[in-house]
Design a protein around this ligand. Structure first.
Ligand code: AMP
Length: 469
């Protein structure tokens, strides 16, 4: 449920949505529109273009899907085969599948047809669905253009274009594909652009695409979710795997999404967790779509406790009440941190995001803290974490930026600064100690005694010097 500090009650029925849609919302169990929904729905219904700054987890999908369905219904003709009137572009297959599921759920009492189009699976069933006729297409750009090239989709009567997670699409190098799609769409249409972060590239895209848009922002720009309790654990690189295992087992974490920077790193970590008796699955761009879907559904069902993912693969993962996100490695692109931790603390619930940070990553940490404009709390886990000295990341090219190694075959090549300024501090201010269940204690000399049963038996907290050797 969404939690509000101000007691301003508004229900979905005040937003101008019709009965079949309200009934579908009720079936989902939503009682109160989220802030993005309250703002976006009336504006979209008034047929304006929208530029929305909303992170994942804010309810943005319903924020555009509900009014879209309403508008499509108001102009629906009962005669003839449906044709593509709305196009929703997403950066990843998972997100496309999820958005289409939402369209299906919210439109279940409406005669609106939709389909999803993405790569990595056979094209023929998609062609068959398009031939039958659909009102809404949710697609990733590459496969959509394949259909355009093969003339199996007609986009000449599209009235609505929605770019979901537009920042990620640009990050993945889809700008040229997006431009190609734009070139074949009719000039007059309603455009909605959703993005978690606003770079100058996004602003440029928005300027070219949107007509006098209404700006909606539910979270501060480039901010990290307020509902997420964030902590950094400084740790030696070679102790990270043990620390992760410790956090999961001692804290009895049931559902954990862990981020690594590379596909191989994800595989290796998943193997290690399995060997330690923690069921896990890896999800990244080298896995087949079938394997990705299975890993995600096993994780959602609880038969897999840990999902190890790269940034790209994790986009679009929506698991209600996902309680824990761990950055096994910090991303070298600061914005990715915001996206990653947005996987927890969803739908008004609280989440915990833990980052395991070694000396090579301190520069990335500084960039992240600069971006989110706050210092992330540093929490010691006895026996594991210790101050780290800032050292250059060896995978960074000499004198240049490291390539954004994102773990997906279809990503763009981007060089981006983590945004941090160099200094030689060990970065261990603002420290706390941690309870194994993931809740954090303020620093206290007693805290380790209180939790002694669940803490490692041997080895106390080490001083900064031992960790650097
Ligand atoms: P999104 O930001 O669109 O990915 O949505 C995040 C999660 O919030 C999804 O699991 C939705 O099912 C859920 N959700 C969306 N709107 C509401 C609402 N008004 N009340 C409760 N949950 C919602």
């Amino acid at each position: 449920m969404w939690v509000y500090t101000k007691k301003v009650f508004m229900s979905f029925s005040n937003l101008g949505l019709s009965k079949p849609i309200l009934k579908a919302i009720e079936d989902k169990g939503y009682t109160t529109p989220s802030p993005i929904q309250k703002q976006a729905i009336p504006i979209i219904l008034s047929k304006k273009d929208v530029l929305a700054g909303a992170q994942t987890g804010t309810g943005k999908t319903a924020g555009f899907t509900l009014p879209l369905l309403e508008l499509l219904m108001s102009k629906k003709s009962s005669k003839g085969k449906p044709y593509v009137r709305a196009l929703i572009l997403t950066p990843t297959r998972e997100l496309a599948a999820q958005v289409e599921q939402s369209v299906d759920d919210y439109g279940k009492y409406l005669p609106i047809k939709s389909t999803v189009i993405f790569g990595g699976v056979g094209i023929n069933p998609q062609k068959a669905a398009l031939r039958k006729g659909v009102d809404i297409v949710v697609a990733t750009p590459g496969r959509l253009l394949d259909h355009v090239g093969q003339k199996t989709i007609d986009l000449s009567r599209v009235d609505f274009l929605i770019l979901d997670e537009a920042d990620r699409m640009l990050d993945m190098g889809f700008i040229h594909d997006i431009k190609k799609v734009l070139a074949i769409l009719p000039k007059h249409r309603q455009n909605l652009l959703f993005s978690a972060t606003f770079s100058s590239e996004i602003k440029k895209l928005a300027d070219g695409l949107l007509d006098s848009p209404t700006l909606i922002e539910v979270a501060r720009r480039n901010t990290s979710s307020e509902q997420v309790d964030q902590a950094v654990h400084f740790v030696n690189k070679d102790l990270k795997r043990d620390l992760l295992t410790h956090l999961i087992t001692e804290g009895n974490w049931k559902q954990v999404l862990v981020f690594t920077r590379t596909k191989h790193g994800a595989n290796r970590l998943s193997d290690h967790l399995d060997k330690s008796g923690i069921r896990s699955a890896a999800i990244h761009g080298n896995k087949s779509q079938g394997a990705r879907t299975k890993a995600l559904s096993d994780f959602k069902a609880g038969s897999v406790r840990v999902l190890v993912a790269t940034d790209i693969a994790a986009r679009g993962i929506d698991i209600e009440q996902l309680p824990h996100v761990v950055n096994f490695e910090l991303p070298n692109i600061s914005e990715d941190y915001v996206h990653r931790i947005g996987r927890t603390g969803r739908a008004g619930r609280e989440g915990i995001a833990s980052s395991l940070v070694c000396g090579e990553e301190i520069e990335y940490l500084e960039g992240i803290e600069k971006l989110i404009k706050k210092e992330i709390e540093k929490v010691d886990i006895e026996g594991f974490t210790s101050a780290q000295k800032k050292v250059p990341d060896p995978s960074r090219k000499q004198g240049g930026q490291k390539r954004g190694s994102r773990g997906s075959s279809n990503q763009g090549n981007r060089n981006r600064n983590s945004g941090g300024k160099r200094n030689e501090s060990s970065g261990n201010s603002n420290k706390r100690t941690n309870n194994p269940d993931g809740r954090r204690n303020k620093p206290s000399s007693n805290s380790s005694n209180r939790n002694s049963q669940q803490r490692p038996k041997s080895g106390g907290r080490r001083g900064p010097s031992s960790s650097d050797r």
